[in-house]
Design a protein around this ligand. Structure first.
Ligand code: CTP
Length: 416
């Protein structure tokens, strides 16, 4: 399982550092390419030469001891790693990691790496249960660091309890399981990707994104909380599935995705005109944009001056783009969105009917992980018959992928 895997092994200064020799030996026996980084304190417990001999690789401990002028060692090791394993991990290194400190070769490498990190803590039982250490470990776990829980037993300090570093064989088993599960996940994702690749090939998909801006005067406008993330994710997913994508983007938090034809618009009226220009030739239209329902009746040509204690702004209704498309549609597959704060299903299904959509994607924006500016969403997708798909909190990219796979399925069902 470990053949060809680069493991950067951090050894820190606890008595369990002596076990690093067995750990190195076992990892190398299973085929891993092990690069050791030791802290200065670790060298008090085990000589560098032991680990260098076992791994057949140079051992690093000094950030400034640059042996190869063509690379910066800590960045090179950070990039090379498939996994960074710290065994033993002392309370000190755990604290430094939790707080982002980088004052030696190991901690600079840890900040520079994007590889997964696993730590095997080893310390006295009271140190292990100290609230500061516990809090630091929780911080690391919340950031995705894996903990190999220390075993209970007689500790080197004479105490019996939790704090003993897990045995090297068990650590190797955990590492192997990690790579096995990762390989399975990659295979599964590839399988999903290959089964959906090209399902929108030859289809023209129009996506609207962001929040429209309705001008009051040259320096003021009305808009909403839409970040554009959901619409952008749909445009990207449609492209990945082989579609010819036309993105119509109003005000958004970030730049539109690269490599997708994007038309920038400002108001609901601009968006309406832009969509109408491409509607006849489109196969799927996804209205993920948050379109203003009302706009100022008049747009002042110069900055409105402050006058009385109150001010009244006259608003008039904008065109409901989706409703208008619903009336005009011939073969186009129309997908609407309904962001609600209550009575989600009822409001969403009413909108689906009123706007003559094929699908409506409803979300409760008050729910955690499903708001306007989040990277995740949790949606219920309805058609005229009722609920079709319910997706728990997942990334907007995944929601987009599932939504378009469903739309493609429905489209191919129509043509067959
Ligand atoms: N929509 C549109 N044009 C508008 C308003 C909304 O095309 N002027 C579209 C949105 O892009 C979305 C769907 O209609 O796909 C539902 O938008 P939403 O704001 O939830 O619904 P409204 O019809 O505006 O109803 P309400 O604001 O009362 O909930």
């Amino acid at each position: 399982m470990l053949n060809g895997k680069v493991i950067v092994l951090g050894v820190t200064g606890g008595i369990a550092a002596y076990k690093a020799a067995t750990l190195c030996s076992r990892l190398v026996q299973r085929g891993a390419d092990v690069h050791v980084i030791m802290t200065e304190s670790a060298k008090q417990f085990i000589p560098e030469l032991t680990l260098q001999t076992l791994t057949k690789n140079p051992v690093y401990s000094d950030t400034f001891d640059e042996r190869d002028p063509s690379v910066v060692s800590h960045i090179h090791l950070a990039d090379l790693a498939d996994l960074v394993l710290i065994a033993p991990a002392t309370a000190n290194v755990i604290g430094k990691m939790a707080h982002g400190l980088a004052d030696d070769m190991l901690t600079t490498t840890l900040l520079a790496t994007t590889a997964p990190v696993m730590i095997s803590p080893a310390m006295n039982v009271h140190m292990y249960t100290h609230p500061a250490v516990m809090a630091n470990m929780e911080t690391l776990v919340s950031r995705g660091v894996s903990m190999i829980e220390p075993g209970e037993g007689l500790l080197a300090c004479g105490y019996v309890g939790k704090g003993r570093m897990e045995e090297p064989d068990t650590i190797v088993d955990v590492v192997e399981r990690f790579f096995r599960e990762r390989a399975q996940l990659v295979a599964l994702n590839e399988e999903i990707a290959s089964s959906t690749t090209g399902i929108l090939h030859g289809k023209k998909v129009v996506v609207t994104a962001g929040g429209t801006i309705e001008r009051i005067d040259p320096v003021r406008y009305i808009t909403n909380d839409s970040s554009g993330k959901m619409g952008f994710a749909i445009a990207k997913a449609a492209k990945q599935l082989g579609a010819d994508v036309h993105l119509i983007a109003a005000h958004t938090d970030e730049a539109p995705p690269e490599g997708i034809r994007t038309e920038k618009v400002e108001s609901a009226q601009d968006m309406y005109e832009a969509v109408l220009r491409v509607f006849d030739h489109s196969d799927i239209v996804v209205k993920a944009a948050a379109v203003a329902d009302y706009r100022p009746a008049e747009v002042a040509t110069s900055k409105i001056k402050k006058r009385g204690e109150t001010m009244t702004l006259d608003l008039v209704k904008t065109t409901d783009i989706l409703e208008s498309l619903g009336r005009q549609k011939t073969s186009q597959f129309l997908i609407g969105f309904a962001a609600e704060t209550d009575t989600v299903e009822q409001f969403a299904r009413e909108k689906l009917k009123r706007k003559n959509c094929d699908l409506i994607v409803a979300n409760d924006v008050t729910q955690e992980g499903a708001g306007f500016r989040t990277d995740t969403n949790s949606v219920h997708i309805f058609d005229a018959e009722g609920l079709v798909l319910q997706l728990p909190v997942m990334s907007k990219e995944e929601v987009a992928q599932r939504l378009l796979t469903l739309a493609a399925d429905r489209l191919s069902g129509r043509s067959s």
